[in-house]
Ligand binder design. Structure first.
Ligand SMILES: [Zn+2]
Length: 1022
C-alpha cells in the first residue's frame, strides 16, 4: 500500500533522476503546445508539460491516499514513466508508421525510455503499454490495451491520461470539466462523495491577487474541507464535497477581514516615514491604518533626534501671538509661566525645548487621529494631566485653547513642553545639563506609557472605513470573484456611467487612473506608496492630453496593492528617489498551473531572488558576468543552470554586504511570498538617489529606458530558462490583461522600446520558444545569444557604460554585419589588437545570428582576396587598411571605371539594370586597374601585403575576385545601384576585416610551409 510519504519520495526520486536527463535531452527547448503549430494555445515546453503532469498526479494521489484510496507504488511508477514518454509522437524526428500521428515505432519509444533512465526508475515495461501512452483519446488506437500483458494496463493508462489532462488544462474552468470523468473512472469516491470545484478571479494585479487567492483557499479549506489541487494564475481548482450548502454566505467578508488584517499589520519604520506630513506634523491616513501609536512615535522620536534644533523658535512663535493679541511678551510669559529669552546661556535649554515641542506636535496628532480626541480641548486636557502642568498655567492654557489651536495644529504643546522640561521629571538634574537623547527619551517614555492606556482600536477602524479599503474590497470581490459552486451574476457598484462620460478639462475623480476602476473612495495617488510620479502616469485607455497640476486619483484596490508591495519588500529602498529610479516588473506565471509540490523545484532556484540579487552584465575580475558565462557554452543545460545559480548567489551575497534590502543600485528581487503563490512577481530595479553624482570611470547610476528593457528582457529569458514559467514583462504598475491564458508566447513584453527589435527577431512584443522545431535555435536561446553578445560588446567598447547599449542596438538594427563592425571597432580602439574571449565570441554570435546571406558573400570575397595576397597581420594602426586593401582598391577602381562608361554614369541612380556589355566593360576596367596596382606592389616589394600569385595565375584570381564583387555584390545585392553599393562598402569591408583577422594566422602558417617546401626565399619578413 502506498503512503503519502511514499508518493513524495517517488516524486523526489523522479526529480533527481529523470529531470536532469530531460534537460540534457532539451525537453525544455521544444514546444508541445503553442507556437506556429498550435497557435490557439499558450506555449508550453515539453519539459513543463511533463513536470506539471507528474506534480499534478502526485498532488491528486496525496488527496486520494488521505481518503483511503489504495494503489501500489509500482503502478504509480509505471504511470510516471509512461507519462514521461507520452509526447514522443510530437517529436519531429520520429518517423511515423502509416498516416496516424500516433503510430510511433516501438523502437523509438524504447530508445527514449532507455535514454531518460526510466528503465532504472520503473523497470521493464510492456511495449504495447508504451505505445498506448501516446494515445490521447479513447480511440480505436487502443488496440494496444488489449495486446498488453500487464494486468494493470487499464489503470496505468488512466493515470497517464489524468496526468496529461492536468498538464494540458489552461484554466480552472477547463480543468474541472476535463478531469472529472477520468476521476470517476479512477475512484468511486468521485461518483458520490467528491467533485471538482474552482474559484476564479479574472484580474491579475500582483501581491493583492495572490493574497486574495490564498485567503479564499484558506476559507474554503477551513469551512468546507476543500482540497486545493491546482493553482492557476487566475484561480484554484479544488476537490471538495459534492454537496456544498450555504458556503458562500460570509466568504467575502471573511476574506476581506483577512486582507485588512494583512494591511493593518504593523509596518516598518520606512513605511511609516514615507507617510509623514512634515508641514502638518501628522501622518497620511493610510499609515495610521497599519501603524500603532507606539510605532509612529518611535519614528518621530528617531527623526526628532536627527532634526536640527532651532533655538529661536519660541520667541518667534510667542512674538507672533503677542502681536495678534496686542499684548506684551512679558505678560504672555507670565500668564503661562514660560521664559522665551533667546540668549547664549539659554541656548541649550531652548534646543531641548524645540525638540520636545516637535515631538509633542506629532503626539498631539496621534491623539487626534487614533485616540479620537478630536477636540483640541480634550487633547490639551490629556496633555496637561499627563505632564502635570502646574496651576494657574494649566487653567490659563485651557482658557486660551482656541488661540493656541488655530490652523489645526496643537501649538499649545509649546507650553506643555516647557513645563515638562522644568518640572518633576528633571528634579535630579536640569534638562539643559542632560544630553539631548536622554531628555527626549524621558519624554518619549512618558508619552508611550500614557498612550498605552488609551483605546485606539475604534480610531483605527474609523480610518480603515474612511479610506474605504473594507467596503471597496468587498465590492471588488463581488465583481471579480467567481465560485463554480455558487454561481451568481451580481454586478458591483457600476462605474460605467462615469467611464462613458466625456472627459472634461480635469479628470474624473471617480475613475482610477491606474486600473480604470470606479469608486467613491478614489483618492489622490500617494506618490510615496506608488513610487512613481502621480502626475504624468496613467494606465488609462483614454489618457488625458496634458498632465494635470494635481496628482491623479487611484482606487483603494490599487492603493492596497501598492501598500502590500511595499510590505512585501518590493518598494524602492529608502533613500532612493522614484524620479531617478527605473523599475520593470516580471510576472512569473505558471504554464499552465502550479501545485504546492512545485515549490520543491522552485524554492532552491528562486532562493537568491528572495534576497536581493542581480544579473551582472559585465565581468569584475574573476567574477564573470552572466553574458560571459552564457557565451562560453551557449547551452541551456544543467551545467549552465548551476553556473547561473552560482552567479545569482554570489550577487545576492555581494548585495547583502552592500545593504541587502536597503541597497541602492541595480537589483533584482522577488516579493516576499507566503504559502503557495499563483504567480511570482519579480522586480528589476535600478534604484537611484535624488542627487546622483557619477564618479569618473563609473557606470551610469541612472538607467535609461532602453538599458532597463535590455536588462529586463535578458532577465526574463534567464528566469524562463530557470523555471519554465511564462513571463510577462511590464513597466506598468498593473497587468493590463485580465486572462493570463490570453498570453500565448513564452515571454510577453508590454511595450518595449522599438530599439530592441533586433534582439526580438522582428517580433515586437514577444519571445517565443519556437525554433528547434524547424531545426534552428529556440527563440529563447536566440534571445540569450543576442543579449549576451550585446552586453559583452557594450562593456568592451568605448564609451562602455550600460546606457551606451542603445548605440550598439542602433547598429544592430541597421547593420546585419554589426558583429564585424564591433570587432573592427575593438581593433581601432586597441591599436589593431585582436579581441579576446568573450568579445570575439560575442561578435561571432552576432554575425552567426544576424549576418545571413551577406556574411556568406563577405566570406566568399574575403577568401578570394586572401588567395590573391596575404596581408601582414602584425597589430598596429595600419591593420585595417592592409586587411581591406584589395577590396577597397577594387571598389575604387570600379568607381573610376563607372565614370568612364557613359551608360553606367546614367544608371548610377539605379533606375534600370545596366546592360551586359556595360557590365563586361566595367569588369575589364576594374580588373585591369586592380591587377596593375598589385603588380606594382609586387615589384616595389612594399611591406603591406604579400601577393601570392604571379603572371597569368594572378590575372585569373583578380578576374574571379572582380566577378564576385560585381556580380554578387553590385548587381545582385545592390541591384546595380551604385549608391547602394557604396553604402555596402563599409559593411563588407568590416566583414572582410573580421574574416581575415580570424583566419590570417593559419593562412600564414600554410603559406610558410608551402614556401619551405618549394624552398623559395621568403619575400617579406612577417
Ligand atoms: Zn485602481
Amino acid at each position: 500500500m502506498t503512503t503519502e510519504k511514499g508518493v513524495e519520495e517517488l516524486l523526489d526520486l523522479y526529480l533527481r533522476k529523470v529531470l536532469p536527463v530531460m534537460l540534457k535531452r532539451q525537453y525544455h527547448l521544444h514546444l508541445v503546445k503553442g507556437g506556429p503549430d498550435y497557435p490557439h494555445l499558450s506555449e508550453q515546453s515539453h519539459l513543463t508539460h511533463i513536470i506539471n503532469g507528474v506534480m499534478g498526479l502526485c498532488r491528486l494521489m496525496l488527496f486520494l491516499i488521505a481518503t483511503g484510496f489504495n494503489t501500489s507504488i509500482d503502478i504509480l511508477k509505471k504511470a510516471f514513466a509512461l507519462y514521461t514518454i507520452h509526447e514522443v509522437h510530437k517529436d519531429k524526428d520520429v518517423e511515423k508508421l502509416g498516416s496516424s500521428e500516433f503510430s510511433v515505432p516501438l523502437e523509438r519509444l524504447e530508445e527514449e525510455y532507455e535514454a531518460l533512465g526510466l528503465h532504472e526508475f520503473a523497470g521493464d515495461l510492456d511495449p504495447h503499454l508504451m505505445r498506448l501512452a501516446n494515445v490521447h483519446k479513447r480511440s480505436n488506437k487502443q488496440g494496444d490495451l488489449l495486446l498488453s500483458e500487464d494486468p494493470d494496463a487499464a489503470k496505468i493508462w488512466l493515470l497517464v491520461r489524468i496526468a496529461d489532462t492536468i498538464a494540458s488544462v489552461r484554466t480552472p474552468e477547463e480543468a474541472a470539466s476535463s478531469l472529472i470523468q477520468y476521476l470517476r473512472d479512477l475512484s468511486p469516491q468521485f461518483v458520490e462523495k467528491y467533485t471538482l470545484h474552482y474559484h476564479q478571479i479574472k484580474d491579475v494585479r500582483g501581491v493583492l491577487t495572490n493574497a486574495l487567492h490564498q485567503a479564499i483557499a484558506s476559507e474554503l479549506e477551513r469551512k468546507l474541507g476543500f482540497f486545493p489541487l491546482l493553482f492557476f494564475a487566475s484561480g484554484t481548482l479544488y476537490i471538495g464535497p459534492s454537496q456544498v450548502k450555504g458556503a458562500t454566505d460570509d466568504l467575502i467578508s471573511q476574506v476581506t477581514k483577512q486582507i485588512i488584517a494583512l494591511l493593518t499589520q504593523s509596518g516598518s519604520a520606512d513605511d511609516i516615514r514615507d507617510g509623514i506630513r512634515y508641514q502638518r506634523y501628522d501622518f497620511q491616513r493610510y499609515v495610521l491604518s497599519f501603524a500603532s501609536p507606539q510605532e509612529l512615535l518611535e519614528v518621530i522620536y528617531q527623526d526628532t533626534l536627527a532634526a536640527n534644533p532651532e533655538h529661536k523658535f519660541a520667541k518667534q512663535e510667542v512674538s507672533e501671538l503677542a502681536k495678534k493679541r496686542k499684548q506684551s511678551l512679558e505678560s504672555i510669559e507670565k500668564r503661562y509661566g514660560i521664559h522665551i529669552t533667546d540668549s547664549p546661556e539659554r541656548r541649550a535649554f531652548n534646543e531641548r525645548w524645540f525638540m520636545a515641542r516637535r515631538y509633542l506636535l506629532y503626539a498631539d496628532s496621534v491623539l487626534r487621529d487614533l485616540a479620537q480626541l478630536t477636540k483640541p480641548k480634550d487633547r490639551l486636557d490629556w496633555l496637561l494631566r499627563v505632564f502635570a502642568v502646574p496651576e494657574p498655567y494649566a487653567s490659563h492654557t485651557r482658557e486660551d485653547v482656541a488661540i493656541w489651536a488655530t490652523g489645526g495644529i496643537g501649538k499649545y504643546v509649546l507650553i506643555v513642553a516647557y513645563h515638562f522640561l522644568t518640572g518633576a521629571d528633571f528634579a535630579d538634574r536640569s534638562a539643559e545639563e542632560l544630553p539631548v537623547e536622554e531628555v527626549l527619551k524621558r519624554l518619549h517614555n512618558k508619552v508611550l506609557s500614557a498612550i498605552a492606556q488609551l483605546n485606539v482600536a475604534a480610531g483605527k477602524q474609523a480610518i480603515v472605513d474612511e479610506i474605504g479599503f473594507q467596503q471597496e474590497l468587498m465590492a471588488y470581490l463581488g465583481e471579480v470573484l467567481f465560485l463554480s459552486f455558487a454561481p451568481r451574476a451580481a454586478l458591483g457598484d457600476d462605474g460605467l456611467v462615469d467611464y462613458m462620460t466625456k472627459k472634461g478639462k480635469g479628470q474624473s475623480k471617480r475613475i482610477c487612473s491606474l486600473c480604470n476602476r470606479a469608486s467613491r473612495f478614489n483618492d489622490e495617488i500617494r506618490t510615496g506608496v506608488l513610487e512613481d510620479s502621480g502626475r504624468v502616469f496613467s494606465n488609462r485607455v483614454l489618457p488625458a492630453q496634458i498632465a494635470p497640476n494635481e496628482n491623479r486619483y487611484w482606487c483603494p484596490i490599487c492603493h492596497m496593492e501598492f501598500i502590500l508591495r511595499k510590505r512585501a519588500g518590493m518598494g524602492l529602498p529608502s533613500g532612493a528617489d522614484y524620479a531617478n529610479s527605473r523599475r520593470i516588473y516580471l510576472y512569473v506565471m505558471p504554464t499552465y498551473s502550479f501545485t504546492p509540490l512545485h515549490l520543491r523545484l522552485f524554492e532552491p532556484l528562486l532562493r537568491p531572488f528572495h534576497q536581493v540579487t542581480n544579473l551582472p552584465v559585465r565581468d569584475y575580475g574573476r567574477d564573470w558576468g552572466l553574458p560571459h558565462h552564457w557565451l562560453e557554452q551557449r547551452t541551456l543545460d544543467p551545467e549552465w543552470l548551476r553556473e547561473l545559480q552560482d552567479v545569482l548567489e554570489r550577487e545576492a551575497e555581494k548585495t547583502a554586504r552592500l545593504g541587502g534590502q536597503k541597497f541602492i543600485g541595480e537589483r533584482l528581487s522577488l516579493g516576499r511570498v507566503q504559502g503557495q503563490p499563483h504567480y511570482y512577481l519579480i522586480t528589476w530595479q535600478k534604484a537611484a538617489r535624488g542627487q546622483e553624482q557619477e564618479g569618473a570611470g563609473e557606470n551610469n547610476r541612472i538607467a535609461t529606458r532602453t538599458e532597463a528593457w535590455a536588462k529586463a528582457i535578458f532577465a526574463a529569458a534567464i528566469i524562463h530558462g530557470l523555471t519554465g514559467c511564462k513571463v510577462y514583462v511590464t513597466e506598468r504598475p498593473y497587468l493590463p490583461v485580465t486572462d493570463p491564458d490570453d498570453l500565448k508566447p513564452t515571454i510577453t513584453l508590454d511595450g518595449p522600446p522599438p530599439a530592441l527589435r533586433a534582439i526580438l527577431n522582428g517580433q515586437r512584443d514577444a519571445i517565443s520558444l519556437y525554433g528547434r522545431e524547424r531545426g534552428a535555435r529556440s527563440g529563447l536561446e536566440r534571445v540569450l545569444d543576442l543579449s549576451a553578445a550585446l552586453w559583452v560588446v557594450t562593456a568592451g567598447l568605448t564609451p562602455g557604460k550600460d546606457k551606451h547599449v542603445s548605440a550598439r542596438l542602433e547598429r544592430l538594427n541597421t547593420d546585419p554585419l554589426a558583429g564585424a563592425f564591433f570587432y573592427k571597432e575593438y581593433g581601432r580602439e586597441h591599436d589593431g589588437a585582436s579581441p579576446q574571449s568573450p568579445f570575439d565570441m560575442a561578435c561571432h554570435v552576432l554575425l552567426q545570428t544576424q549576418g545571413g546571406e551577406l556574411m556568406n558573400l563577405v566570406e566568399q570575397i574575403a577568401r578570394k582576396s586572401l588567395e590573391i595576397a596575404l596581408p601582414i597581420s602584425a597589430p598596429g594602426r595600419g591593420k585595417a587598411r592592409r586587411y581591406e586593401l584589395i577590396f577597397r582598391e577594387a571598389v575604387s577602381a570600379m568607381r573610376k571605371a563607372q565614370q568612364s562608361i557613359p551608360e553606367l554614369r546614367s544608371t548610377a541612380l539605379g533606375t534600370h539594370h545596366p546592360s551586359d556589355q556595360a557590365v563586361a566593360e566595367l569588369k575589364t576596367l576594374t580588373a585591369g586597374a586592380l591587377l596593375k596596382g598589385l603588380q606594382r606592389r609586387q615589384e616595389s616589394k612594399r611591406g603591406d601585403i604579400v601577393v601570392r600569385a604571379r603572371g597569368g595565375e594572378l590575372g585569373r584570381l583578380v578576374q574571379e575576385f572582380v566577378d564576385i564583387v560585381v556580380d554578387e555584390l553590385y548587381l545582385q545585392r545592390a541591384k546595380g545601384n551604385l549608391a547602394v553599393f557604396l553604402q555596402l562598402e563599409n559593411q563588407v569591408a568590416n566583414g572582410i576585416y573580421y574574416y581575415t583577422d580570424r583566419h590570417i594566422g593559419e593562412l600564414w602558417n600554410e603559406y610558410k610551409q608551402q614556401k619551405a617546401k618549394a624552398n623559395l626565399p621568403s619575400g617579406v619578413e612577417q
